[in-house]
Design a protein around this ligand. Structure first.
Ligand code: DMJ
Length: 682
């Protein structure tokens, strides 16, 4: 294929690709193929602009870089039997501490010689048993961070993120290649299915493309074409497999077509063998995942058996699915529907939204469980953390994905955000930070002043919803700007400050999984006056620290992306450089406390509130897919993936926005609201 110097992919190639995929559809192939040919898919043209000077700079930086060479749960998230795939955010079973026992307790019987050796190792820091003691200085130096320049150079900082990606990937390639879990400290790995699922490889594909990692991408693609099969007798979590694997393959398809000059591979060329590899693998996987939707209500089952094409209810939670899991499949299946022309993918995920909304959730706030059998909610637990989070995220992103032609999702988002203000937003004591608390027993019952780190997707998502992806300055000039938008931006800024406080509070500078807050009694309403400090005084006895509480059970840091995700949106939308600076500070904390010695990768922490920290010995796939990608984007020029042209799925996989065309439309309407029935929490 002749490369387009401006990165504008030929529409016909794209249509042909979609058509070929449609040919594979067993049922309704002819119809789908015809529809696919009629797609009026319009590919964003200005992402990024390869002709501009910033682009040239980037290209030089990449060239220089390449010259330089340049599950989570014990037992496996996907094991059969009782350990069916669990939601990633469940409190995990703690692995035994990675701290080693003192040498004199372990080595009694080995005599004086062994003791001397052990003592020597002790002196070298070996027995502190965590990466920091063994690597902090070297990690900072091999990342070139030991001495920072006075002059801020974002391009330079971005290169450090690329270095961190390369180190993480290369360690995985060396010690865990093809496996789904990677434990960088012990240099071990394992699969979540008999033949592996490509969990880490597929999640990282698009990050490699954006970072122009051609040789690494080639290796990944080779693994996909020679080793990856979905035809395995394996139960998998419907949601996790959709957002990471289906999402990862679809965005790889999108980026490789949209930006053929990024990490270019000849196999991607028109007519080459394996040209449609990503889309074909995505299509095959989606056919299997569709079985999750074969429930009485249309709400997807929590799991599916890939080989048997069979949906499976959750083993726990009374068989209910997590609400966030059931409602965070829509961007992926709708984009696939658009690519293949097969409407079934669209209809199945759209139906879920209708069933959820038919429950008429009070003020748009949904309980965190829903039965696949009846379509009704289970219990009244309301939160924007685990099991609730991305329901809200996908409301506004569905609205944006189809170019703002489905107002129902914006309406639901607006209603939910008002519900959040009315029932969940409050302020902390004594310093007045803004938080989104929880209502574990239902809206009529007391607030629990707790925020999962997961809630930190909210500041960025609120800002995105206010401007639809434009900058705040641009959006303010539009006639649609309003007092409500002002208030929402203010809420986004305040929440961003709180999320950053979660990092500042911890000794390593890396947030805990869950943070509690001191609140007044009764907790003030969202309309109450409040003023959090603009700066975080580093004094260990500073007043602001009294507002934050971290329990010993919650001190782990799983390399999560939500705060840097929001920093990325806030930087792009407000243009306030402090968000970039916070992201850089966060990056340095990761480098300082989570890097494994000898360029061994980066690890999650069991305890991020002690120095040195204790490690969990695990690299999450979202470290590569999300955390490092958001950092890279945060330090990149703003025309790389412009926010008004794309949507990022909840795993940070970018998809294009598109017009629905004649084949697709919103197939449901909200029912008229009935007066509030008295609802009792189970
Ligand atoms: C990711 O898999 C996704 O971001 C999901 O929406 C939330 N949890 C993890 C990262 O924390």
């Amino acid at each position: 294929m002749i490369r387009d110097p401006f990165g504008i992919h030929n529409k016909n190639v794209f249509k042909a690709t979609a058509f070929r995929a449609a040919q594979n559809i067993k049922d309704a192939a002819a119809q789908a193929g015809a529809n696919a040919l009629e797609m009026s898919f319009s590919i964003p043209k200005n992402v990024p602009n390869f002709a501009d000077s910033g682009r040239a700079l980037e290209d030089r930086a990449w060239a220089a870089l390449s010259r330089r060479g340049g599950g989570v749960l014990n037992g496996g998230m996907f094991e059969k039997s009782d350990s069916l795939p669990m939601y990633k955010d469940k409190p995990y079973a703690y692995a035994p501490s990675m701290r080693l026992r003192p040498w004199w307790q372990r080595k009694k019987v080995l005599g004086i010689i062994t003791a001397a050796v052990v003592f020597f190792l002790y002196l070298t820091g070996f027995f502190s048993g965590h990466p920091r003691a063994r690597t902090s200085e070297s990690a900072l130096s091999w990342l070139g961070l030991a001495q920072e320049k006075d002059q801020v150079d974002w391009d330079e900082r971005r290169k450090h993120v690329v270095d961190a990606f390369e180190v993480s990937w290369d360690a995985y390639e060396r010690y865990g290649w093809g496996k789904d879990e990677f434990h960088p400290v012990s240099k071990t790995s394992k699969n979540m299915a008999p033949k592996g699922l490509g969990w880490i490889i597929i999640d990282a594909l698009d990050t490699m493309m954006l970072m122009n990692q051609t040789s690494r991408l080639r290796h990944a693609r080779e693994w996909l074409s020679t080793s990856l099969t979905w035809d395995q007798d394996q139960d998998v979590n419907t949601f996790e497999t959709t957002i990471r694997m289906l999402g990862g393959l679809l965005s790889a398809h999108y980026l490789s077509n949209e930006f053929p000059d990024l990490a270019p591979l000849t196999e991607d060329d028109e007519g080459a063998d394996g040209e449609d590899l990503y889309l074909e693998k995505a299509r095959d996987l989606a056919d299997r995942l569709l079985s999750a939707f074969e429930s009485e209500s249309g709400i997807p089952y929590a799991s599916v058996n890939l080989g048997e094409y069979k949906g499976l209810p959750s083993h726990s939670d009374g068989g209910a699915s997590s609400t966030a899991e059931a409602t965070t499949l829509q961007l992926e299946f709708k984009y696939l529907a658009k690519l293949t022309g097969e409407k079934n993918f669209w209809d199945k995920v759209e139906k879920v939204m209708e069933v959820i909304d038919d429950n008429q959730p009070e003020d748009g706030l949904v309980p965190i469980y829903v039965y696949a059998t009846t379509g009704e909610f289970r219990g009244g637990n309301i939160r924007l953390g685990s099991r609730g989070d991305s329901y809200y995220e996908y409301l506004i992103k569905q609205y944006l994905q189809t170019n703002k032609k489905e107002p129902v999702y914006q309406e639901m988002w607006n209603e939910a955000l008002e519900g959040v203000r009315k029932h969940l937003v409050t302020y902390t004591e004594p310093s007045g930070f803004t938080i989104i608390a929880e209502r574990p027993d239902g809206l009529e019952y007391p607030l629990s002043p707790k925020m999962d780190h997961l809630v930190c997707f909210m500041p960025g998502t609120i800002a995105l919803a206010v401007t639809d992806g434009l900058t705040e300055a641009e959006a303010r000039k539009l006639p649609t700007w309003s007092k409500k938008k002002d208030d929402d931006m203010q809420l986004a800024r305040e929440l961003m400050q709180t999320c950053w406080g979660m990092y500042k509070y911890m000794k390593t500078g890396l947030a805990a999984e869950i943070t509690y807050f001191n609140t007044y009694n009764p907790p003030p309403a969202a309309s109450a006056p409040h003023q959090a400090p603009a700066e975080f005084d580093p004094d260990p006895n500073a007043e602001w620290r009294k507002d934050f509480i971290v329990h010993s059970n919650d001190v782990h840091n799983l390399q999560r992306p939500e705060t840097v995700e929001s920093l990325f949106y806030m930087w792009r939308i407000t243009g306030d450089v402090k968000y970039r600076e916070w992201g850089w500070e966060m990056f340095k904390s990761f480098a300082n406390y989570t890097a494994v010695e000898d360029r061994g990768g980066f690890t999650s922490l069991l305890d991020a509130n002690t120095i040195p920290p204790t490690v969990k010995d695990n690299m999450e796939s979202f470290w590569l897919a999300e955390t490092l990608k958001y950092m890279y984007l945060l330090f990149s020029p703003n025309d790389l993936l412009p926010l008004d042209k794309i949507v990022l799925n909840t795993e940070a996989h970018p998809f294009p926005r598109f017009d629905m065309g004649p084949l697709f439309s919103t197939g449901w309407q909200r029912k008229p609201r009935t007066p509030k029935a008295s609802k009792k929490a189970e």
